[in-house]
Design a binder for this molecule. Sequence first.
Ligand code: ADP
Ligand code: MG
Length: 376
Amino acid sequence: MSRPILVHNLPDFEPTLAPGFRIALRTRTTQELLAAVTAGGVAAVVLNLNDPHTLTTITQIVETQPALGIVGVADRSDGALVLTALRAGCTEVTLRPLSQEDVCTALERASAPAGTTAGGQTVALFGTIGGAGTTTLACHLAVECAATTQQPVALVDLDLEFGGVAGAFDSAPNFTLADVARAGVIDAALIERAALALPNGVRLLTPPPELDDARAIDAALVLPVLHAMRGLYPVSVLDLPRQLTPLVGAALELADKLILVVQLTVPSVRNARRLFGALQREGVPRERLEFVVNRYRRSLHLLTVATVEQELGRPAFGVVPSDFRAVHQALDTGRPLADRNPVRAAIQAIAQKIVGDAPDAAAPRNGWRAKLGLAR
Ligand SMILES: Nc1ncnc2c1ncn2[C@@H]1O[C@H](COP(=O)(O)OP(=O)(O)O)[C@@H](O)[C@H]1O
Ligand SMILES: [Mg+2]
């Protein structure tokens, strides 16, 4: 049975673009649209993001019918607009030229009952000092989250210029964030194709090898990519560069958890305290902020975990011992850490906490994933 949708101010939106859906209503003015939305009965609204008042309209729809899916149609060059639309409450975005595949994917996801899309968590890791082990932990955490959930888990290297994630796995992905951002793709199917599938369940999305290509990435288009990933993977792990760029700021806004990677040194802990303070002043809720102690060696440090916990006003989310050989060998060879390795146990415990926080992380995904043959 086809599901009814409402198409607003998009005369070029043909019924053939959305098999499985039926254009029950076309509206032209905001008034007509809001009246129809209030009346209910549609599975999703498709609207033109290039309309002058589109953001206000989206906000009004969200206020009237918070559970109603909204699919925005935008031009490929509209990175910044797409970003604001997603922030305003637009559920999905599809780009011109419209294709049946993209439109259907967006509609499927937007019209799915609440809780079946965008259920994934975004976990961002940020180093408090150079060499704290942020990239290393991000890589291992993604591997352990995939093992724990038995589902593919995304790992995105947002250090666009000097990222080391691909290197850590000794892999050279054919597609990079530059390709995804260039395609302007907000579409989950393409992300699934572009992300490099590693045998350990990790799906890698990394920056291009050349600096010039990395610099050319439109940061505004990376956030919609991360947003789309939430509908695709139970967990997306982000390795952030140690800079507070607009991209990092946007990623932090999206992240359900920000994990600061701390070493038991005075400068590292001081930076952690400053970061927590600054982020909380920016309005990031305290419960999203965690820290992990990395490279821990008993009785080697002047500081103890307990004093750092006191200083930062929260318990450590994890304490990962120092074991240089283990962290290296495992990623290079593509094999997980040995079962009884203490580094692995510590990272497994962190993965457990993350996945345990996600209500449906272990549940099989349904909807469009199944349709694409991706559910497992
Ligand atoms: N738990 C650990 N034990 C031993 N060495 C580690 C550990 N975590 C990271 N390292 C090493 O520390 C160095 C810096 O790690 P990296 O992940 O690149 O840090 P960052 O991304 O914070 O700059 C690397 O050589 C890495 O292998
Ligand atoms: Mg790094």
